[in-house]
Design a protein around this ligand. Structure first.
Ligand code: GLN
Length: 475
């Protein structure tokens, strides 16, 4: 079956070439056959089939929503009423969502079908999907390798054709990096473009809900439907929603800035080479391309990790063994109950970040770390604003390396470096997308990251479409 986009599905549905219940059966079958990937934590088979019957009837009477035929998986950090939510953590054992996230509800309202809940790094902290209490997800392209993270299973499920699209979340690269590792498209919108209501918080001033898809058109349509102000999230933007799904052709000569790291140590030569190829393609098509070295960039990664761990340490204080999920049954007093439940319920990486965050927020270090990082964040945001006065887009590799082997990256610091190129857009809050552009000698995928100015997802999607159609190279 292997559909690449919703428009193909809808074409076949309306011309009676397939039925929606059969399409859902196909995906359920795929999920079963590729169970070894460990992508889905729950599969809502009966519900999805019942929904398929209901929506099929609407298709026959031409009253179906815009997403009729869209079968999606959702990352295990997004609330879906009366369904399990665990953030891939033991601490939320047995927890069920009390309400549905706004972004998810908007998709349901347009007749999307949710087929299940997808694995991820615990509380979305990680770059490989290895930090899950449910075990790692495998990369469908090479099962010895990681799919990236934290939305690793969202990317793996789409790449392996277990669903047409998936929702992920991107705080520092968690949609873009796994998209690059799994050879698909990952879109992170501008911070505040999509309501965060019903998204289990990691770092509230960075968290965004993004999409993993095989086509730019699906990314655009899903964003168009999810975007917009929500009274349940006061930080969500009231800015008008552009018609993302009608992206125009990129016609005029563009100004593109290429971000190259100040220190190319640790960056795979094949990644640099594929970036250079893209630059050549853009130049020969008549676009103005400048190589930029930004000293500010050296500070994006430490800024990101200081601020996100600080926010995580407060956000995760609610998991105390009393109100949700897992509780140690042998504690004799309240303090011990907290301590034991939290040290048994949270995995190592989450505990490391809570400790780091508590440290940078402690009275003696608050100014030295937290306040300073806030100032640097402001400087990086200003720098981005300035750059977008001169450039339509900034491009960079999505990741410094090719998908790595499971268990290969052992030091936390090494793992944090996987976010080298993606954290910049997250610290600034601008939209960014990863598209597949090349394959390594060994057949591993290479992604290209494109960043645009605040709220210019319309331009970003048009340009990504142009790059995909006109500029793809495969060795
Ligand atoms: N890998 C990054 C981190 O661990 C990004 C995570 C994310 O975007 N959720 O923080």
């Amino acid at each position: 079956m292997q559909y690449q986009s919703l428009s193909q599905v809808q074409f076949d549905l309306t011309s009676d070439k397939i039925s929606l219940p059969n399409l859902v059966r196909y995906y359920l079958n795929q999920i079963e056959e590729k169970e070894n990937l460990n992508a889905f934590l729950s599969v809502y088979a009966d519900e999805a089939l019942a929904e398929a019957e209901r929506i099929q009837a609407k298709i026959s009477t031409k009253s179906a929503g815009r997403l009729a035929g869209m079968v999606i998986g959702i990352k295990d950090v997004l609330c879906y009423k009366d369904h399990p939510l665990q953030c891939a953590s033991k601490i939320l054992d047995g927890f069920e969502s009390q309400f549905t996230a706004t972004a998810v509800q908007k998709l349901l309202d347009e007749d999307a079908i949710i087929i299940g809940r997808l694995n991820c790094d615990e509380f979305a902290m990680g770059s490989s999907n290895e930090n899950s209490a449910f075990g790692p997800t495998l990369n469908p392209i090479d099962n010895d390798r990681v799919p990236g993270g934290s939305s690793g299973a969202s990317a793996a499920a789409v790449a392996a054709d277990l669903c047409l699209a998936a929702l992920g979340t991107d705080t520092g690269g968690s949609v873009r990096q796994p998209a690059a590792f799994c050879n698909i498209i990952g879109l992170k919108p501008t911070y505040s473009r999509v309501s965060r209501y019903g998204l289990a918080a990691y770092a509230s001033s960075f968290d965004t809900i993004g999409t993993l898809t095989k086509s730019i058109s699906d990314a655009a349509l899903l964003l168009e439907i999810m975007a917009g102000h929500d009274e349940m999230d006061s930080t969500s933007s009231k800015k008008e929603i552009a018609k993302y799904s009608e992206f125009p052709e990129t016609a005029e000569a563009l100004r593109v800035g290429v971000i190259t790291p100040n220190d190319q140590n640790g960056i795979d030569p094949e990644i640099i080479e594929s970036l250079n190829v893209q630059v050549q393609i853009l130049k020969s098509a008549g676009h103005k391309v400048d190589e930029l070295t930004l000293p500010e960039l050296d500070y994006a990664l430490p800024t990101y990790y200081i601020l996100t761990t600080a926010e995580a340490s407060t956000n995760l204080s609610r998991y105390d063994g009393v109100r949700y999920g897992y509780r140690n049954e042998n504690a004799h007093d309240l303090e011990n109950l907290y301590k034991k439940s939290r040290s048994e319920g949270f995995g190592d990486e989450v505990q490391r970040r809570i400790l780091l965050g508590t440290f940078v927020l402690s009275a003696s270090y608050y100014d030295a770390y937290y306040t300073k990082a806030q100032k640097v964040r402001k400087l990086i945001q200003q720098k981005m604003k300035e750059l977008f006065k001169n450039y339509d887009f900034l491009i960079s590799p999505t990741t410094p390396t090719l998908p790595f082997k499971l268990g290969e990256t052992v030091s936390p610091l090494e793992m944090y470096l996987a976010d080298l190129f993606t954290v910049q857009a997250s610290v600034a809050g601008i939209p960014a997308i990863s598209i597949p552009v090349a394959q390594s000698e060994d057949g591993l995928p290479v992604g290209l990251q494109i960043m645009a100015d605040f709220f210019r997802e319309d331009k970003l999607l048009s340009f990504a479409n142009y790059m995909q159609n006109g500029a793809i190279i495969t060795k």
